[in-house]
Design a protein. Structure first.
Length: 77
């Protein structure tokens, strides 16, 4: 039986103009779905501390990770 991909979404940071201490360009972040934030053009991501924060959506692009990499992110949090 094939293993399913985790439902989590991942984003690649492409800029950090107003948040250089909080975001690393070229780093992958896990997303927490947040409809209210999305309506205001923000995304909720999990940082290294395991906490979630809102950042402008245009600072990121969505990416598809291989299953092993996605599982590593999900199990690390």
């Amino acid at each position: 039986m094939a293993r399913k991909r985790p439902a989590s979404q991942f984003l690649l940071c492409i800029k950090n103009d107003d948040y250089p201490a909080s975001l690393d360009v070229r780093k992958v972040y896990q997303v927490i779905p947040d409809a209210a934030a999305a309506a205001r053009h923000f995304v909720r991501i999990i940082d290294e501390s395991g906490e979630d924060y809102l950042f402008p959506a245009d600072y990121f692009v969505p990416i598809n990770l291989p299953l092993a990499a996605a599982n590593a992110f999900v199990h690390a949090s």
